[in-house]
Write a protein that binds this ligand. Structure first.
Ligand SMILES: *Cc1c(COP(=O)(O)O)cnc(C)c1O
Length: 236
């Protein structure tokens, strides 16, 4: 099992580097976030042994259990799930990054609850690029105003934007959705916001995301294999 994960990780590093070079980008400008939701702490430990440090989790209780089991390792944890009011304290206290901030009230709570002795919490605003009302994320036309408000909060550091476009296998559609996020990112910079992060691209579409400027790709199944949810349902 761990050899399989190691082999997948090597293959993935090759694909990431090729995707970057294909669009004349430096492969080191793209960070691989290993999305370990639903995989147990032994799987995380296996790839941490290979030198990987950045991990993304969606389900808070599962993530906290895993962090406890891996407390002997020096890992960087990103919370990439939706954040409701009742989760802000535990996210502020236990993660280095929060990727799915989409409302001011959540950002304010994260800032208030970030422990004084920790560095500011790195935050990305999730943008709803596909315009699906059922999905999370700030509408694109409200993103700049929200970014300005979030960037003024003392215990947060606004890093950029995150998006989960509607899944499609059509490369042109993937590119078009990621291009909308990129244009919004450029608009934030034009407004003077010091953003440096575009968190976009998953196992099925990271090449298109890299072509549109992704600086963090969030990848689960291409490293760990297929996910099985049932035994974790109780945690949610
Ligand atoms: C699960 C998840 C991923 C990883 O998805 P894969 O298709 O397994 O690579 C990335 N981002 C978010 C927000 C996720 O929930």
């Amino acid at each position: 099992m761990s050899e399989t994960i190691a082999a997948r990780l090597l293959t993935l590093h090759d694909r990431l580097a090729r995707a970057a070079l294909d669009c004349a980008r430096d492969p080191r400008a793209v960070t691989l976030l290993a999305v370990s939701k639903t995989y147990d702490h032994n799987a995380v430990r296996n790839i941490a042994r290979l030198g990987h440090r950045e991990f993304g989790e969606n389900y808070l209780q599962e993530a906290l259990d895993k962090q406890r089991a891996l407390a002997d390792l020096d890992l960087v944890w990103h919370f990439i799930g939706p954040i409701q009011r009742n989760k802000t304290r535990r996210v502020a206290e236990n993660f280095s990054w929060a990727h799915c901030v989409d409302r001011l009230c959540i950002a304010e709570r994260l800032s208030e609850q970030r422990p004084a002795d920790a560095p500011p919490l790195n935050v990305c605003l999730e943008v709803n690029v596909s315009g699906e009302p059922s999905k999370g994320g700030v509408p694109a036309d409200a993103a700049i105003a929200l970014a300005k408000q979030v960037s003024a909060l003392p215990r947060l550091r606004l890093r950029g934007l995150m998006a989960i476009p509607a899944p499609t296998r059509d490369r042109a559609c993937q590119r078009a959705a990621f291009a909308r996020v990129r244009r919004l990112f450029e608009a934030l910079k034009a407004h003077g916001l010091p953003v440096d992060t575009l968190s976009m691209g998953m196992s099925g579409d990271f090449e298109a995301a890299i072509a549109e400027g992704a600086t963090i790709v969030r990848i689960g199944t291409a490293i760990f294999g297929p996910r099985f949810y049932p035994e974790l349902a109780a945690h949610r």
